[in-house]
Design a protein around this ligand. Structure first.
Ligand SMILES: Cc1cc2nc3c(=O)[nH]c(=O)nc-3n(C[C@H](O)[C@H](O)[C@H](O)COP(=O)(O)O)c2cc1C
Length: 187
């Protein structure tokens, strides 16, 4: 199986979140398709982009490259998101990525009785993060990911965090090791 790795670790090689993600992915032994948001540098949607996408949706022009990220996400069987904790959430680049991914008739659709129904193939999203402080459950980024997973029809989300990494006196390696132990317990 191929895992889709959404890499929102914008500090690149300096990122502790990326270290955890890479170790976890290596332990799975699966193929990994990586979307690196730092190098993709996606634009947030504006009026012109919304109009263009709407026109292509209406025309059924699903081969247009503007749908590539959405199609890749919709077809993935297993998804790992790596994102540091920024401002109670995650880097804006990840939200912009979801703007590109969230496309009616690719990741969700509306039923005849006007219900929104997810149509993604993935069985789960694993969300890996690290935080400067002790966040104690207030990770609104992960809450958002849970919400959009539900909208996309992805039944399981799971969460691993290494916390307190920027607090003076905290044993950073010990905190990372706790997260490593949690990751090792995941099926
Ligand atoms: C822009 C920015 C915003 C941050 N906001 C928070 C925050 O709200 N709460 C917190 O505990 N740490 C915050 N931090 C600290 C990071 O969560 C912490 O350093 C994390 O380990 C960074 O992950 P990385 O090493 O993968 O880049 C912030 C860091 C940055 C750069």
């Amino acid at each position: 199986m191929t895992i889709l790795f959404v890499n929102a670790c914008l500090r690149g090689e300096d990122s502790r979140t990326l270290v955890l993600c890479r170790e976890y992915l290596a332990s799975r032994g699966d193929d990994v398709a990586e979307v690196n948001l730092a190098s993709l540098d996606l634009r947030p949607f504006d009026a012109e982009m919304v109009a263009r996408r709407m026109a292509q949706q209406t025309a059924g022009a699903w081969d247009d490259p503007l749908f590539a990220l959405s199609r890749q996400f919709a077809e993935a069987e297993d998804i790992v998101i790596g994102a540091p904790y920024w401002d109670l959430s995650f880097p804006a680049a990840l939200k912009v990525y979801f703007e590109h991914v969230s496309v009616c008739d690719l990741t969700f659709h509306y039923t005849e009785d006007a219900r929104c129904e997810g149509i993604c193939r993935a069985r789960r999203i694993t969300y890996i993060t690290t935080c400067g402080g002790f966040v104690e459950g207030a990770n609104f980024g992960y809450e958002y990911v849970c919400g959009i997973a539900k909208m996309f029809g992805i039944p399981e989300t799971r969460f691993v965090a290494a916390e307190g990494l920027d607090i003076v006196g905290v044993d950073v390696e010990a905190q990372l090791d706790k997260a490593r132990a949690q990751l090792a317990r995941l099926d």
